[in-house]
Every structure is written in C-alpha cells, then in structure tokens.
Design a binder for this molecule. Structure first.
Ligand SMILES: *Cc1c(COP(=O)(O)O)cnc(C)c1O
Length: 422
C-alpha cells in the first residue's frame, strides 16, 4: 500500500481507498476558495430527516429560503433555486433569456469567465470575448469603458446580453458591477446584464436590484458556507419579459414553471431538501449578523492575508488594489517555482488544501480562500502552513508573513457595531 496524501492510500486491489484516519487529528484546513468550510450549525441542520417535498412542512421551508435568498441577493424579484452546481445556473441564465445565434458580449477576467464563454458557445450563442491583452487581463477587473465602446459601436443592437464575473475565483480579482451597468446605460443599449457572483454572493458586497443586474448567477459552496449542490438565478422584470420570447431550448431550467410553483413554496421537480435545511440555517447566520458585517469580515480577512503575502515579498495576482477580492488571494510564485508542488507539500505535511492555479496561471500561483467558516486564528493557521511550506520548498521569503498577519489582526479589531454574534 502506498500513501498518496495524509489520509489517502492506493493499493493494487483498491486503487483509491480512504482510510478511517481521514485527517488523522485535529481538523483539515480547507483553504480553497470553494467549497468553503461549512459551519457545524449548518451540518447539523442538514442531518435532520428528509421530508415529503409535497407536504405542508416543506412549503414553509421553501417559502422561507426563497424569501431569505431575496435578502441575500438584495432583490425584490424572484430567485430561482436549482438542484445543480453553479455551472447549471450559468446555463439557466442564458437558456431562459436568449435565442439560437444571439450575440453575447462576454468579458475575459479569468478562468471562470472563460468557462462561461465556452458554455455559451456550446449552447449555440455567438460570443464575443473581450478583455485586456496578455497576462495583465487576468490581473485586473472588468474595464467598463471597453464595454461602453463596444456597445456604442453596436448601433443595430445585435448584442443581446453582456456577461461578466463579479468575483473571479481563479485570480482573486473583483469587478465593479455598478460601473458596468453605468457603461451599458451610457451606451443607451438594451442588452441584458448577466453577472456570475457564484463566489461573491454572501461574502463580497452584492446588490442585484441597486446595480441593475438582470440575471445574477450564484452557487451554494462558496460564500453561503454550504456543500456544493444548489445554485441560483436572481431575476429582473426585464429578464422575465425576455424569457417569454427566448427560443433556446429549456426544460429543467425553465423559469416559468419554477416561478409558478415557488409561489406556494414548492418546486416542479424534487428539490435538494437537506441542502435547503442547510441554506435556511446559513441564511439565519448571515442575516442575523447583517450583510454589512459579513462583507466587512471578509474585507478584513483579505487585508490580513495580503499583509502576509506582502511580508513574504511575493506578488499578489490582483494588480489593482481597488479590486482586491475579499474572498480569496492569489499568490504568485517566483520564476522557476512550481506552485502546484508547493501546494502538494503543504497538503501532505500540514493537512491544508490550497486552491490550484487554473487555466493560464496553472503552476504559476496558488489561491488562499478566506471565506466560509473561518476566523482570525484559522486563517493564522493556514498562513503558518503556507509559510512553512514555502520555506520547505526553497522559496526565498523577504520576511515572516505570519508575523505581519498577526500584527494586522491584532491592530484591527472588528468594529463594535459589526460584532453582533451570528
Ligand atoms: C465555482 C465557480 C463557478 C463554477 O461553479 P460550479 O459549482 O463548480 O459549477 C463558476 N464561476 C465562479 C466565479 C466560481 O467561483
């Protein structure tokens, strides 16, 4: 038998075998930017017995989570909840509002924007993928003036939708969605605005109605602190209107049946009952703490982690301080250091999972998640794992990031008005 991880063994009779010493002692540090660590409260809520999804108790749960999610998206309009990962909700947004051959303007902010563009192409949409050239494109947020210029040139209004990612999880760069809305309005263009906030929602500030978003897309396993398995569309009246004449095929994803059934707290097909228990509990935690406190908490964690990266003398993937992600930090490796080898060492030696570099930045950087069920001390532990792993990998560090992060957290207590316990 050969050991291939702290708790994973391989054997010729059992190629992959999880042993009972799964994370032998203490806890595993799941520091990838989603799935994020799930609070015990949420796990306990999910362990309740599964109930009849057509019975009276279910309707109360359904109505509650639908109302809670409107608060989380900051919208007065319907929110769709799908038994699917975020990718499904990407497809739902496009399939409900567009017709075969429609032109869609998408912005390349990183790997997830690229995957959404590929999905749109597979659905039969004509995608135009714009962005800053070269490596710089994946280090900065969406450039609203590029969208404005492109839409102004589209005098025939052939472009039916603009798609952008709010928090690019592959890089740790956010985008200013209100500014994208302004750009569309300045061009006096009727295109729908669709936003992927799969990793932004419930951790980075997000306002579906105020920002004039037509379809917001999100998922359960990032800021909402749930396991993977549910995803969301938040709609605008304009998006609902568009769905009435859109001709891309849609059945499972169709909003019309969902909107009708959701009015009484039910779904057309069997929803993810136990994940909805978890969603209800997570919303109670987030909403009782208050979204402003939740956003401030992530901003502060991001500051602490970046203090560590700067003290190490390493570069942060996001090159624009105005759009640093509060959800995760991308750490660039010096030339000649394989980021995945560093990650592997940290995983094997210290039982800590870090996010891999995706797409164009594979092997060049790793990602530290600061979302989900974290606090200052769990982040300090993760940073210690990183610092030890970097040193063991032979990376020359300018100084101690752990000391810098401790100094940051100690000197920046959470303001009193944001301390209300969840
Ligand atoms: C995680 C993520 C996705 C993909 O969602 P899945 O749940 O893996 O299908 C898409 N976009 C962003 C920004 C993400 O963070």
């Amino acid at each position: 038998m050969q050991k291939i991880g702290p708790s994973l063994y391989t054997d010729k009779d059992a190629p992959y075998m999880l042993t009972l010493d799964f994370h032998p002692t203490g806890r595993h540090f799941l520091q990838i930017p989603g799935p994020s660590p799930v609070p015990d409260r949420v796990l306990r809520a999910m362990s309740l017995p599964t109930i009849d999804h057509r019975g009276p108790e279910f309707a109360a749960l359904g109505l509650k989570v639908l109302a809670d999610m409107k608060q989380i998206f900051q919208t007065r309009h319907p929110v769709m909840i799908y038994a699917a990962s975020g990718t499904g909700a990407w497809e739902a947004a496009l399939a409900n509002t567009l017709s075969p051959g429609d032109q869609v303007l998408m912005y390349e902010s990183g790997h997830f924007a690229t995957l959404w563009q590929k999905l749109a192409t597979r659905l039969g949409l004509k995608t135009e993928f714009i962005g800053l050239p070269g490596a710089e494109g994946w280090r900065r947020g969406v450039q609203p003036q590029m969208i404005e210029e492109r839409l102004k040139a589209d005098t025939q209004h052939a472009i039916k939708a603009v798609c952008v990612v709010h928090n690019e999880t592959s890089t740790g760069v956010t985008s200013n969605i209100a500014a994208v809305r302004k750009a569309i309005d300045a061009a006096k263009h009727p295109a729908l605005l669709m936003v992927d906030t799969i990793s932004g929602l419930a951790s980075a500030e997000y306002r579906h109605d105020d920002w004039g978003v037509d379809v917001s897309v999100s998922g359960s396993q990032k800021g909402l602190m749930l396991p993977p398995g549910i995803s969301f569309n938040a709609l605008s009246p304009k998006a609902i209107e568009a769905s009435k004449t859109a001709r891309l095929p849609k059945a499972f994803w169709a909003w019309d049946e969902m909107i009708e059934m959701n009015k009484t707290g039910y779904w057309p097909s069997t929803p993810n009952t136990n994940l909805l228990y978890g969603l209800s509990e997570a919303c109670d935690m987030l909403l009782s703490q208050g979204l402003d406190a939740v956003f401030a908490r992530h901003v502060r964690w991001g500051e602490g982690v970046r203090a560590a990266v700067k003290a190490w003398g390493l570069e942060i993937q996001c090159a624009d301080a105005a759009v640093y992600s509060p959800v995760l930090t991308g750490v660039m490796m010096p030339d000649g250091v394989d980021a995945d080898a560093v990650r592997k060492l940290i995983y094997e030696r210290f039982d800590c999972s870090l996010g891999t570099g995706l797409g164009k930045v594979k092997g060049k950087m790793f990602r530290i998640g600061h979302l989900g069920d974290c606090n200052d001390l769990t982040l300090m532990a993760a940073l210690s794992g990183c610092e030890m792993g970097l040193k063991l990998s032979g990376v020359k560090l300018a100084g101690s990031g752990v000391l810098a992060a401790m100094d940051y957290f100690a000197a920046h207590p959470v303001p009193m008005q944001l301390q209300k316990a969840a």
